[in-house]
Design a binder for this molecule. Structure first.
Ligand SMILES: NC(=O)c1ccc[n+]([C@@H]2O[C@H](COP(=O)([O-])OP(=O)(O)OC[C@H]3O[C@@H](n4cnc5c(N)ncnc54)[C@H](O)[C@@H]3O)[C@@H](O)[C@H]2O)c1
Length: 396
């Protein structure tokens, strides 16, 4: 089969930038049916050490300080945008102007307004997009979605989504751009709950109304040097005020009539990445937790043995078969990103949106915006619907 070569440009070579690059490197071998070769043309980062890594360790032909060199490079067909949140909008709008398909990290814009401009700009230019909603790529979630949307759980009554993390439970955790609203947009609402809202909408249905609360528990942290990981501790800079929420919880109503609850934290002690969804229907319940990403727990009301059964992922569940030949072999976070990369590439090759789209991310941003309005007013708030170019409908 003749192979198509796609020139790849990476913007920001931090944690996510490296994961995107690794994911794309795996696509030709794990998805030979796509017949693609990825040429790593150019990477951009303001940190010299990150540029060195891109060229010396990650296989990029060249590196630059200026992200526009990536977007405007004539050999670059596809771009990853993995910068801190405050740069997503200007970089995405530059990619749209240049007519380059892009894979962008959540929460995309700092606000629903920035997210809408990105989503609508991409549609107006006929561009393919992909968004870092990696949790929906678990093969166990593919199985869960089939059970929920195929009616196996009966009428869906309740949905519970948790995004509970511990990455800054220590007050000595470094102060980074993530704690400043001008740079991050919000705290756990955008950082973690954008994933959670997407997961709920992907597995169940669109969220129509939200009632939320939030709290900042650790009010000051010490500043760290630019480029410091948000997992770092013992920063020595001045004490800075944390501007956005460490924790949020709330209630949701869904278009299909289901009711739900959500909770997210970045300062829990114990759960590290307890990113979970439980869907309860009239005939059965499913539950999934990212900490055991290839396991789905399933209970049916009329099963001879009442209670949860542990269904381990197997070939046939989502993309599992592209990774492992038999049931129950563990997969990783990086594998979810490789699946996301493959969906981006498939979308680009077929000019048809298969990957989570910028519109899906805009929809999650509208959920975050409704939660923020609810926190400000103490009342239920409607979620502005997003309908065009969504990939959450149906079963494929
Ligand atoms: N999908 C997920 O599960 C997931 C997980 C973590 C982070 N994220 C998202 O990914 C994005 C990046 O997060 P991260 O954890 O990789 O951050 P990071 O701090 O590890 O990396 C950010 C990189 O951006 C670089 N940078 C800063 N200014 C730049 C500029 N002007 N031009 C080019 N590069 C610049 C920094 O030098 C750094 O290398 C955030 O939007 C975050 O929300 C998503």
């Amino acid at each position: 089969m003749a192979k198509k070569t796609l020139g790849y440009g990476l913007i920001s070579v931090g944690w996510m930038g490296r994961v995107h690059s690794r994911g794309l490197s795996q696509v030709p071998e794990r998805y030979p049916e796509l017949g693609v070769v990825i040429r790593k043309v150019i990477a951009a980062d303001t940190l010299e050490s990150a540029r060195d890594n891109a060229v010396n360790l990650m296989g990029f032909e060249q590196a630059t300080e200026n992200y526009l060199d990536v977007i405007n490079h004539p050999d670059v067909d596809i771009v990853s945008i993995c910068s801190p949140n405050f740069l997503h909008h200007e970089i995405a709008m530059a990619a749209i102007k240049a007519g380059k398909d892009f894979w962008i990290e959540k929460p995309m814009g700092r606000s629903e307004v920035e997210s809408r401009e990105i989503a609508e700009g991409a549609i107006a230019k006929g561009l393919i997009t992909a968004v870092g909603f990696n949790y929906r790529q678990s093969p166990a979630i593919a199985h869960a979605r089939e059970l929920v949307r195929g009616g196996k759980l009966g009428k869906i009554y309740n949905v519970e989504v948790k995004m509970i993390a511990d990455y800054v439970n220590d007050p000595e955790g470094a102060f980074t751009w993530r704690y400043v609203n001008e740079f991050a947009g919000s705290g756990v609402l955008g950082d973690l709950m954008s994933h959670g809202f997407d997961l709920a909408q992907y597995v169940v249905d669109d969220i129509t109304e939200i009632n939320a609360q939030s709290e900042i528990f650790i009010k000051e942290r010490r500043e760290a040097a630019p480029g410091t990981s948000h997992f770092a501790k013992n920063a020595s800079g001045e004490l800075r005020t944390v501007e956005n929420e460490d924790w949020t919880s709330g209630m949701m109503r869904f278009a299909n009539g289901a009711s739900g609850t959500f909770e997210s934290s970045r300062i829990s002690v114990g759960p590290s990445c307890e990113y979970s969804i439980e869907v309860r229907g009239s005939l059965g319940t499913i539950r999934w937790n990212f900490e055991r990403l290839t396991e789905l727990e399933v209970a049916y009301r009329d099963a001879p043995e009442y209670g949860f059964t542990r269904a381990l992922s197997a070939p046939g569940d989502g993309h599992y078969g592209n990774f492992q030949p038999g049931r129950g072999i563990a997969m990783s976070f990086d594998d979810l990103k490789t699946i996301e990369a493959s969906l981006f590439i498939k979308s680009v090759l077929e000019r048809k949106q298969h990957a989570p789209s910028a519109s899906d991310c805009y929809s999650a941003a509208e959920c975050v915006a409704a939660a923020k309005r609810s926190i400000a007013t103490g009342s239920w708030q409607k979620v502005n619907p997003v309908t065009t170019n969504r990939t959450t409908k149906g079963l494929t």
